[in-house]
Structure formats: C-alpha cells, structure tokens
Design a protein. Structure first.
Length: 335
C-alpha cells in the first residue's frame, strides 16, 4: 500500500482512501546516556549527553508552572523538527525523551566535526553590522527594540557564508535563513533572537568557508505555554484562534516599539522579498503550498498530546498556513 500523508491507499475504487493513524513517535529513555556538560546558554536547565555511539545530544526536561501544570516544549520541538524537514530545511534532529523518569526531549548537536558554532550575534559583530548591539550592551528600551538585529544586517552578515549542504540548488545562506522565518511564521515561533541562529565556522583549512547552521531551538511555538483549558477553548473558537495566531509577532528583531512590530507572517514574507531571485521564487512557491496534510500526520504521531491539544495545534497550523498563503498572494499581486 502506498502512503499519502496521513492516509493509506488500497484497492477498491474511488472510496478506497482510508484514514489510518500511524504509530506514535517513540519516547527514548536516555537515563543511561553519559552526561557531558550543562548548557550555559538560556535560562532553563539543559544538559549535553552522549548516546551509546558517543553522539552528542542536548537534553531538555519539560518545565512546570508554579501550580504544577506541565508545559509543552518537548512536543513543540518534536513537531517543529518534522515540519522543518517537510519544508526541506536543515534542522536539529529532535526526539521525545525521558531521563530518570522526567519527560523532555533530546536535540542532536548540529555542529559537524571540524566546525565550531558561532552565534548570530558573533556573526553580526564580525561583519560590523550597523547599529547592532548584543543583549549585554542594550539598556532600557533597547532590550525590546533589538537595535541592529534586522533583515538587512542579517543578509549582509550572511553574504560571505555558504548555505548548508543538501539544500535546494542555488539558494544562498540568506535564502535558507528566510526559510527558517517561514517555519517560524507557520509554527508561531517568536524566539528567533541572535543566539537562536548561527553559522558553522571551520576550525582548520585555509580554503574552508563558514556555513549557515541548521535551524534549532523551536520550543517557544505552537502555544506550548498555554494551559490545556486555554488550548481547548481556542480550538473551539475560530475567531479567538485567529486572533491568537495574529498575535505572533517578530519581537526578537529590530523594531521601533511594541506598536510597530510586524506579525511573524509579514516579517517572513518581507524576508522573501530580500532573497535572491531564485530564493524569492522558491519560497513563494513553498509558502503558497505548505504541506498541511503532512503536518496533521506529524501532530497526530506526537506523544503526550491530548485530543484537545492535538486539535488546537492542527487548527493553528492550518490558520497560519492560510495567513501565509494570503500574504504571499497579496505580495505577488503587488509585485
């Protein structure tokens, strides 16, 4: 039988397309994996582990609110990883996990042998990006207006960086970065700050060039921080779900204040306009036909989701895909 998204097709004429729910993704027990070091970046506890083949993975345990309610960063990262793959984007491989009885996720290290990871902040500093200030250098309102972390500066900073291997032909590093923004708009990830994208710097070799790193760290997406009751209420109310989706804003990029921050969708399509000619064609085609059937299957296979949360995530992804298509069509008419 040939599979088509979340369906299996068998013989029997025009009514033979049957809905078959595939097996859930397995949650890996990483209790026996060797602890290497604590990850210093970020406010939450994270640990680097080595699996039995000595491959490095970042383990992130789930977090809980003060009232004991579980947050959903593990399932958000698992879903985002699969959707990045569906878009053809290089990404951190993520698996649901458990360690010492605590649920979480493991994210495979994106840095290949012979390379070191340099944050987007370091890349912008290296290139002398106009107006850019690191988080430590910002004071007062600058903590929110993010001076210098703009699309124009990022494009310039990636001008001499190669795209990751195995991406669509003729895409530049910035073109691929814009693909990350489209993913963010689809999953509602508003956390693409300058530490949440990076380049891979070769440690040896005079002729080696920097590469854009695969995308990583998508925990702050898909309503992961809502309560179960909130997600169920939004899933049942199309108007409120639309408002929730529209409230996804590009807060981690340069802006003039809270009233001026564009939506994630508008920001991503603004990035498309700055791509190379081939990149613009590629992402406009991709954005107008996001694989929502594949997304539904991924969500249904993700462990730990209630029926209400499953419905919410699927409807949110459908709503964001609709908004992306609409903005893409509007931009095409204005071109």
């Amino acid at each position: 039988m040939a599979r088509d998204g979340g369906y299996q097709r068998s013989g029997g004429g025009s009514h033979s397309l049957l809905r078959v729910r595939l097996a859930p993704f397995a949650r890996i027990d990483v209790t026996s994996w060797r602890a290497i070091a604590e990850e210093p970046v970020g406010a939450e506890e994270k640990w680097w582990l080595a699996d039995p083949e000595d491959i490095r993975w970042l383990y992130k345990p789930v977090r809980f609110r003060e009232n004991g309610t579980r947050m959903g960063m593990d399932w958000a990262e698992v879903i985002a990883s699969h959707l990045a793959g569906a878009l053809g984007l290089p990404h951190a491989h993520v698996e649901p996990a458990t360690r010492d009885g605590v649920d979480g996720l493991v994210s495979r290290r994106v840095v290949p042998p012979g390379f070191a990871l340099r944050s987007g902040a370091d890349q912008l500093l290296d290139c002398g990006a106009p107006g850019f200030k690191t988080y430590e250098e910002r004071v007062g309102a600058e903590r929110k207006t993010r001076p210098g972390h703009s699309l124009a500066n990022i494009r310039a900073a990636l001008a001499d960086v190669d795209p990751p291997p195995a991406v669509a032909p003729k895409l530049t590093a910035f073109d691929v970065f814009v693909g990350y923004l489209i993913l963010d708009a689809w999953i509602g990830n508003a956390d693409r700050h300058e530490q949440n994208w990076a380049v891979l710097e070769p440690e040896t070799g005079a002729d080696a060039r920097r590469l854009l790193s695969p995308t990583f760290d998508h925990a702050s997406s898909l309503g992961y921080g809502l309560t179960e009751e909130q997600r169920c209420a939004l899933a049942a109310d199309g108007v409120q779900l639309q408002r929730f989706a529209e409230n996804g804003r590009a807060t981690r990029f340069e802006n003039a204040g809270s009233g001026s921050i564009p939506s994630l969708v508008t920001f991503a399509l603004g990035g498309v306009a700055l791509c190379s000619e081939g990149g613009r064609r590629f992402w406009r085609d991709a954005a107008s036909a996001l694989p929502t059937s594949t997304a539904r299957t991924v969500v249904e296979r993700t462990p730990g989701l209630s029926e209400g949360t499953t419905t919410f995530i699927i409807r949110l992804l459908d709503e964001n895909a609709r908004r992306i298509r609409r903005e893409c069509d509007r931009n095409a008419r204005g071109a």
